[in-house]
Design a binder for this molecule. Structure first.
Ligand code: CA
Length: 233
């Protein structure tokens, strides 16, 4: 019944990872595993699962941060896993955009029921569907296929450039400062990102999407403030 539904499970405890993936495979899901947030994010971008199950307490990037990164580009259902009684975590998790929450230890039936329930909700129109596509006559971003076309021509962007473009176009007409862009595009990695990262990423992006990168019309520089995605005339 769940054929062709793919799930990403990110969990650093091997026994729990094994348990979850076995249960979900038995249920007919296509399971991909990762043991930390960075690996999970990579798997997400490469394989675009239909649902993600994220442990909150992960080494490095936390499940909450990972969810935030996923939410920048996708509305797939996210279920958090957490140790028992982590009340502040639960609130943070739901604020971060999770759809549901499972407290460890959990039973097989509970896991299956929650997965089935978020998938059911996701299948309903207007709830949990992919973020709507962006288009302004010059640029088309298809968020479900993860593709960008400029003036009819497909362009190949790095995940970072894609995130930058998604964030800027998602705030069309609004000026975003370097710091804001660092937070929105780099997320948890913003602390380690060099201040010139924003400028470099915008510059690379312009070379791929602007008709004339020296006179950008899509991603404008607002001197002293930051950058703005301008609607094409
Ligand atoms: Ca953990």
């Amino acid at each position: 019944m769940n054929n062709n539904v793919s799930v990403l499970v990110v969990e650093d405890e091997p026994e729990i990872l094994e348990l979850i993936s076995t249960l979900l495979r038995l249920d007919g899901l296509d399971v991909m595993c990762a043991t930390n947030g960075e690996e999970g994010l990579r798997a997400f971008f490469q394989r675009r699962p239909d649902i993600a199950i994220l442990d909150i307490g992960l080494p490095g990037m936390s499940g909450i941060d990972l969810c935030g990164r996923i939410r920048e580009v996708s509305e797939v259902p996210v279920i958090f896993l957490s140790a028992m009684g982590d009340e502040p975590d639960r609130v943070r998790g739901l604020r971060a955009g999770a759809d549901d929450y499972i407290v460890k230890p959990f039973g097989a039936d509970e896991l299956k029921a929650r997965v089935a329930s978020v998938l059911r909700r996701a299948a309903m129109p207007a709830v949990g569907t992919e973020r709507s596509d962006f288009t302004d006559g010059e640029l088309i971003i298809d968020h479900s296929a993860h593709t960008v076309r400029v003036r009819g021509v497909p362009v190949s962007l790095t995940p970072l450039e894609y995130r930058m473009l998604s964030v800027l176009s998602g705030h069309r007409g609004q000026v975003l400062s370097q710091d804001r862009l660092l937070d929105l595009v780099w997320g948890v990695d913003a602390v380690e990102a060099a201040p010139e990262s924003v400028r470099l990423c915008v510059s690379h992006l312009r070379h791929k999407i602007e008709a004339n990168p020296r006179r950008p019309r899509l991603v404008e520089t607002v001197r002293g403030f930051g950058y703005r995605y301008a609607a094409a005339a």
